[in-house]
Each structure stands twice: as C-alpha cells, then as structure tokens.
Design a protein around this ligand. Structure first.
Ligand SMILES: NC(=O)c1ccc[n+]([C@@H]2O[C@H](COP(=O)([O-])OP(=O)(O)OC[C@H]3O[C@@H](n4cnc5c(N)ncnc54)[C@H](O)[C@@H]3O)[C@@H](O)[C@H]2O)c1
Ligand SMILES: [Zn+2]
Length: 341
C-alpha cells in the first residue's frame, strides 16, 4: 500500500494506491464519510468489469445506488450532466450524501463536476480505473464537461475527499488505452523524475510504486498552484503541440502528447535550451510503448500552437526541458519565434 497526501489546506485529501483495493473500498471510505448512502456513477464498460465487486465491498456498510452511462468522451457533455443530476434527485440524494466516481477520466471529470455543482457542492470519492486517470486526472481537482465542440470548457475546481487506486484493474484495459496513459506517465517522468524515466526504459510492470512516483511529480506542482496560474503550466509539457495534433488527427490525448513532447524537444534544442540527447531518450521510450512518433516538423505547427497559448504581453510561455527530469517555463518573444520559422 502506498499513500500520498495532497496538502491543500481545507481541501486536502489522501490518495491510496493498493492492489485489490476495489474489494474493500469501505475500509477507507469509512474514515472520511459517516453517512449511510453512496451513489456510484460509472460507465457501462467499467460497470461490466467491476461494479459488482465494488457494490459487494460496500453494501454491508452502506446503502448503495448506481447510475451507469455509455462509455466514451461523447458522454462528457451537458445532456449527460443533466441526466445524472435528474437521476440523483430521483433517487433522493441529499447534500451530505457521497458520490463515488468509478471509471476513467470521463467518469471522474463529469462526476466531479456534478459534485462541484449539485447543492453547490457534495463530497465525492474518485476511484480511477484507467492508467491515465490513475496517474494524472485523479490529482488536481479539475472537473468538467465538453461543450460547443470545445473540451473541458465548462467546469470547476473541486477536490475529492479521497482517491482510491487499484492498479490491478489496469489488466483489463485495452493495449491502446494503456499506452495512452503511458503518454502522460512518460511526461511526468520527463518533467520531474529522471530515475522514473530511466526505469520506464525497460518497460516495467506498472505497479503501485510507479503510479506513486508519477502522482508525486504532479502533486508537487499542484500543491504550489492549486488554481493553475503558474507552476502548473509545467504539466503542459508536450501539450501545446499535442493539442494541435489531437484536434487535427484521430489521435488519443496521450498519443498526441507523446508527439507533442518530441516537437517541444526539437524546439528546445533549436533554442539552445534543451540537451540534445533528450530527443533520442524520449523517442526510445515512446517507441517502446507503441506510441506514435511520426516526425512532425514543429515549425509547421508553430502558428497554430501560438494561437493555442495564452498571449502574455507579446511573450509566449512554452514548456521546455533543460534535461530529462527538469522542465522550465520559457517565455519567448513572439518575434523570436517568428525568426525560427
Ligand atoms: N481532470 C483532469 O485533470 C484530467 C486530466 C487528464 C485527462 N482528463 C480527462 O480524462 C478523459 C480521458 O480519460 P480516460 O483516458 O481515462 O478515458 P475514459 O474515461 O473514456 O476511459 C477510456 C475507456 O476505457 C474504459 N475503461 C475504463 N477503465 C477500464 C478498465 N479498468 N478496464 C477496461 N476498460 C476500462 C472506459 O469505459 C472507456 O471506454 C478526457 O475527457 C480528459 O479530458 C482530465
Ligand atoms: Zn494531458
């Protein structure tokens, strides 16, 4: 068992990482929740694999209700939000009842948003079941839905009361979903933990230690910047170019981030900021996890990437690596970027 404490004053919470945790969630939930009712929100795929197990482990202690919606990003929308709120009200939820998100980032983000808004805020526990949600979206308190063709455009910061991670559930993930999560995990290692990065080269089993290390990188950044105005930008390494690729092609987020990292490294090398060996280092790991590594020329994407960035008085902040394990926020004058093109 590994425990990580996220220290955000009154919004602090613990993350527990433990094999087979899914069988006895109540052991940890009892420590933070003393009412009698829990509302589980999950998607149909996760429900098929794990809902019975979770209910079995809760029902001797709690009265459990469940709401299941179709899996996939398309469910992270306003109609589904309305559906969830109506279902919860039909089931007589009260403002001191607990929501439990059981699933990947889609379930976590929309359940968190319901928890942030229904009755102006309900407690919720996150039980992330994809690699991406376990090592990334379960920390940070960002919740929300997609709207008007834009991702995560409506949302709120809302910290869970507790995050419970069972690495064993990763066994049922498709290879592509697993590798997609690896994209972000490689990013965490690249920006903040060289030892973890070197470990990943040999494709180790993703166990509680590796998830812990990856979450620790994000924890250190999030604790300094709960509301995403400064340091948290470091987590966007690979995302400026990644977002452009994700929108343009049919890549998953983690896949696009993998390519975005390669492009950001090329940019950093051209600017004389990034150590040249970083490119081969990251390329080797990206290939090992079958993530796409087509050699997109960053210059062709720079103009779109500039549009994607917040323009701060003529300067653009890029996240660059100095070396593996060390990312920096690097402000570049727009004019200097244009020289590169
Ligand atoms: N809040 C944040 O900070 C944050 C960070 C990163 C990503 N996100 C969001 O997360 C979402 C993506 O999350 P995701 O990649 O987890 O996608 P997802 O929730 O859609 O899950 C991917 C697929 O895996 C299935 N699945 C989930 N767990 C499984 C398991 N254990 N075994 C088998 N199948 C399983 C799901 O049913 C789904 O079909 C995006 O909407 C993104 O915006 C949020
Ligand atoms: Zn990301």
């Amino acid at each position: 068992m590994k425990k990580l404490s996220i220290n955000l004053g009154l919004n602090s919470y613990a993350i527990i990482i433990e094999d087979d945790l899914l069988f006895h969630l109540s052991f940890y939930i009892e420590q933070i929740y003393h009412n009698d009712k829990i509302f589980i929100i999950t998607d149909d795929v996760v429900a098929k694999y794990y809902l019975d197990t979770v209910i079995e482990g809760l029902k001797f202690r709690y009265d459990v209700e469940t709401i299941v919606f179709p899996n996939g990003e398309a469910s992270k929308n306003i109609d589904n939000y309305v559906y969830l709120v109506k279902e919860l009200l039909n089931k007589n939820i009260r403002r001191n009842h607990l929501l439990l998100a059981l699933g990947g980032g889609v379930v976590g983000d929309i359940t968190g948003f319901v928890a942030a808004t229904l009755y102006r805020g309900l407690p919720y526990v996150n039980v992330p079941t994809t690699l991406l949600s376990q090592m990334d979206s379960s920390i940070g308190g960002k919740t929300g839905i997609d709207f008007a063709g834009r991702k995560n455009i409506i949302g709120a910061f809302k910290q869970p009361k507790l995050v419970l991670i069972d690495p064993r559930v990763l066994n049922t993930l498709s290879q592509r979903e697993f590798n997609n999560g690896m994209g972000e995990l490689i990013k965490h290692a690249a920006i903040g933990n060289k030892e973890l990065f070197n470990k990943l080269k040999s494709k180790p089993l993703i166990d509680e230690n590796i998830i812990f290390e990856s979450l620790t990188v994000k924890k250190q950044v999030v604790e300094k910047d709960e509301f995403d105005v400064n340091e948290r930008m470091l987590l966007n390494f690979g995302h400026t170019f990644g977002h452009v690729i994700e929108l343009k092609y049919n890549y998953k987020h983690g896949e696009a981030v993998a390519m975005g990292m390669l492009m950001a490294i090329k940019l950093g090398i051209d600017l004389g900021v990034t150590k040249k060996t970083c490119y081969e280092d990251i390329l080797a790991i990206i290939k090992a996890y079958d993530l796409p590594c087509e050699a997109f020329d960053y210059k062709a994407y720079l103009a779109s990437a500039i549009n994607d960035k917040k323009n701060l008085a003529g300067k653009l902040n890029f996240i660059l690596l100095e070396e593996i394990g060390k990312a920096i926020i690097y402000p570049i004058e727009e004019s200097k970027l244009k020289e590169l093109l």
